[in-house]
Design a protein around this ligand. Structure first.
Ligand SMILES: *Cc1c(COP(=O)(O)O)cnc(C)c1O
Length: 349
């Protein structure tokens, strides 16, 4: 088989959800963010596992992601849509019972006009300037909305991955002030906000990345591992070169293995020769040599006895956050760009 195997440990996702849930009070609901196909890991499997573990609410980015979540979560789960109610969304929201988090006066009017009896939530901006109605907009609209019919009011923190950033407290204060006297359930925190402490938890927290084993939840149980088959190996003499641009030249007699994964699989080209990216055979590190190609990576296996059939790309030695550091990005982007053509194996489900 020439397909890399992405192994997804569903019981680790459940463990992470429970660990995050325990960090919040008994009256605080812990939901699960499953946008972008569960951060690339397969939303149907993730939702089924978390639902069984007790999760009752799920979040997606756009309405089109909702039907698959509804199928996996069953009729009683709540499914919220961060993007709110866009033009043309009414049928899909109605048919699948999705709750839009209305982001603007325009969305509120659209929702009340097209689906007056359908549940809604609100998203207000407390400083991030990305999604959500401004404080002024909320003040002018709140008389139109029945707080008792409002399922949830949310805002989102811009800097929650940095505990000492003063903007966290400023957003917290703004959220409190804006929602005062509006008796609907409130939610401010994603993974980072849960770690900031109880005053950030309100009625519901909505972690994403922490479920999937990524920073800023540093005590997370790892969720993904990845191994890839070796297609070919060869012996190099001193002076032989490897890959496009002849970026790497053997300084010793070397053995090189060619692996079936590349930048088309989210193993970014910046992770080539000269970076700390490696593959692993058990505990032995095999550094990348030469440039990463679209479908292929070359590694130095000189220090390995014999010829491995497969090598590990993500394991306990090299996590999604390690890859992110090499690639100058974040674990979120590594997860969501990991090969769609990889075979996915689910364990612990
Ligand atoms: C993606 C997202 C989350 C989840 O964030 P994590 O950092 O992955 O926990 C929560 N709320 C909103 C508004 C989001 O866009």
């Amino acid at each position: 088989m020439a397909s890399p195997d992405l192994t997804i440990d569903l019981s680790a996702i459940v463990t992470n959800w429970k660990a995050l849930d325990r960090m919040t009070g008994a009256s605080v609901e812990t939901a699960a963010v499953v946008k972008a196909d569960g951060y690339g890991l397969g939303a149907d499997r993730v939702v089924t596992s978390l639902r069984r573990a007790g999760a009752r609410s799920f979040f997606v980015a756009i309405a089109e992601e909702g039907p698959a979540i509804r199928r996996a979560a069953g009729p009683d789960a709540k499914i919220f849509v961060f993007g709110g109610h866009m033009d043309g969304d009414a049928p899909i929201l109605a048919e699948h019972g999705l709750i839009p988090l209305l982001n603007s006066g325009q969305q509120v009017k659209r929702h009340l006009a097209s689906l007056p009896d359908h549940p809604l939530g609100l998203q207000i901006d407390t400083g991030m300037s990305r999604l959500g109605m401004s404080s002024r907009e909320f003040a002018s609209l709140r008389h139109m909305i029945d707080p008792r019919g409002t399922q949830l009011v949310i805002s989102h923190l811009a800097c929650s991955d940095n505990k000492s950033d003063k903007r966290n407290q400023a957003q917290l204060a703004a959220f409190r002030k804006l929602t005062a006297g509006f008796p609907a359930p409130r939610s401010l925190s994603a993974t980072g906000g849960i770690l900031l402490g109880p005053e950030y938890h309100f009625d519901m927290c909505r972690p994403g990345i922490g479920l999937y084993g990524g920073a800023p939840f540093l005590n997370a149980t790892p969720v993904v591992s990845l191994d890839a088959p070796v297609i070919q190996t060869r012996e190099l003499s001193v002076g032989d070169y490897v890959g496009y641009g002849a970026d790497w030249t053997a300084k010793r007699v070397s053995r090189i293995a060619t692996i079936a994964a590349g930048y088309a699989d989210g193993l970014h080209r910046v992770m080539g020769s000269g970076s700390s990216f490696s593959c692993w055979v058990g505990d032995i590190r095999c550094p990348v040599v030469g440039r990463i190609s679209m479908d292929l990576i070359t590694i130095d296996i000189t220090d390995i006895d014999g010829t491995p059939e497969r090598v590990q790309v993500l394991n306990e030695h090299q996590t999604i956050d390690d890859l992110a550091a090499v690639a100058g990005t974040i674990g979120y982007e590594i997860l969501t760009t990991l090969g769609q053509r990889f075979r996915r194996r689910y364990i612990g489900g």
